[in-house]
Design a protein around this ligand. Structure first.
Ligand SMILES: NC(=O)N[C@@H](CC(=O)O)C(=O)O
Ligand SMILES: [Zn+2]
Ligand SMILES: [Zn+2]
Length: 432
């Protein structure tokens, strides 16, 4: 039997510190700090640390297979563990695309071998992400990988009839379609959010309505066929309004926002530094404000990183040639503290809700996002809420270094992550 004693942590940052005894992957005892006698096994000194359920990321790009020069399942899993994650969903836009059982089973198996975080492959909705023919969703759902989320992320399922059919199948299979909402006809050649900043810099604009119109359409389609829908990386105030309306009329829709869309805005364009290029683009400061409010309110259900590693040659080039995307796994919590906890929009219970509980519920993971209570799986993250750190892309576990937070001082340091009782990260190092 493996035993770990977490000493002096404060679950959800509420009340008196406790000792949490973990045995065989489960929380076996919770007692007032100091009351637990000598125990054999590992001890984690967690005095004053906030204990939260391990985070669940519904949107991660791990780049294996195909771009192992930028991230592998192993390096991405390390970044996830260091970021406090105990489960991640790996997007299907790999090379080859995860549109068949061979690829999703590879990702699943490799994730198990690395064993730093539960890696759940997302299957593609359409063959090759082309938006033309549905992929074999049923076969992927029934495979060893047990795929439960399907997405063409990177591309929008733009054809309304294909989207309708996908939603109908998803209902029958009890899986979830996650849409990258972007009407492609409205974003041809687009480089940045369509607004003042892009106009001044002469960058082709990416209108908010390209996102909002697809979200509205998909909510109507999901309601019509009685399916669930998940909206990836919500980036505009208008999308939050559409979601509020759809939820009020009973649509089964959930949505995520990325840390970068909560913190950064199109003021960043002034530098022309492609590290700030991302899809959907950084919007205006009034959008970030509306997204924070929508997350606090529950109109946006959760935070997902859209961790998108890119090689230097694909990022350190002229703006129009650069690939969109930014790293996110190791900075997500700090950005959520900065944008949501410090301004008083969320307390630690709220952080647990948006980073762990809601994503686990949306994905249907029975053993993640669970309460910190006796008998529950020991998926835990220990956070020093007062500590501050300086982001350095080269020191992050990802193979790529494209963080938009380079040099920024951010609050909140992750001191430990436990996956079913096994320590996966401790004091900034991945457990071997
Ligand atoms: N977010 C991004 O800018 N890029 C993602 C694709 C995506 O999430 O749409 C990627 O795969 O690089
Ligand atoms: Zn996307
Ligand atoms: Zn993505």
């Amino acid at each position: 039997m493996t035993t770990t004693l977490v000493k002096g942590a404060v679950p959800y940052g509420e009340g008196a510190p406790v000792d949490i005894l973990v045995e065989d992957g489960q929380i076996a005892e919770i007692t007032a700090a100091g009351d637990t006698g000598e125990r054999p096994g590992d001890v984690i000194e967690a005095d004053g640390l906030v204990a939260l359920p391990g985070f669940v990321d519904l949107h991660t790009h791990l780049r294996e297979p195909g771009r192992e020069d930028t991230e592998t399942i192993e390096t991405g899993s390390a970044a996830a563990a260091l970021g406090g994650y105990t489960a991640v969903f790996a997007m299907a836009n790999t090379d080859p695309v995860a549109d068949n059982t061979v690829v999703v089973e590879h990702v699943w198996r490799r994730g198990r071998e690395v064993a730093l975080v539960d890696v759940h492959p997302i299957g593609a909705v359409t063959v090759g992400l082309k938006g033309e023919r549905l992929a074999e969703m049923g076969a992927m759902a029934r495979s060893l990988a047990g795929v439960r989320i399907f997405s063409d992320d990177g591309m929008c399922v733009a054809d309304p009839l294909i989207m309708r059919r996908a939603l109908e199948y998803s209902r029958g299979l009890d899986v979830l379609i996650a849409q990258h909402a972007e009407e492609p006809r409205l974003t041809v050649g687009a480089q940045a959010h369509e607004g003042e900043a892009a106009a001044r810099l002469g960058l082709a604009g990416w209108p908010a309505a390209a996102e909002e119109s697809i979200v509205a359409r998909d909510c109507l389609l999901a309601g019509h066929v009685g399916a669930r829908l998940h909206v990836c990386h919500v980036s505009t105030a208008g999308t939050a309004d559409v979601l509020r309306w759809a939820k009020a009329r009973g649509t089964q829709v959930s949505a995520e926002v990325t840390p970068h869309h909560l913190l950064l805005d199109d003021d960043r364009l002034e530098t022309y530094d492609p590290v700030n290029k991302v899809n959907p683009p950084l919007r205006t400061s009034s959008d970030t404000k509306a997204l924070r409010a929508a997350l606090a309110e529950g109109v946006i259900d959760c935070v997902a990183t859209d961790h998108a590693p890119h090689a230097p040659q694909d990022k350190d080039c002229e703006w129009s040639a650069a690939r969109p995307g930014m790293l996110g796994l190791q900075t997500a919590l700090s950005v959520v503290i900065e944008t949501m906890v410090r301004p008083g929009l969320l307390d630690w219970r709220g952080v647990a809700r948006v980073m762990s509980e809601r994503p686990a519920e949306i994905a249907g993971l029975p053993d993640q996002g669970r309460p910190i209570a006796v008998g529950e799986p020991a998926n835990l993250v220990l956070v020093d809420p007062e500590a501050v750190w300086t982001v350095n892309g080269a020191q992050l576990a990802s193979l790529a270094g494209n963080t938009p937070y380079e040099g920024m001082r951010l609050p909140g340091v992750i001191k430990g992550t436990l996956l079913r009782g096994k320590v996966t990260a401790r004091d900034g190092r991945v457990a071997s």
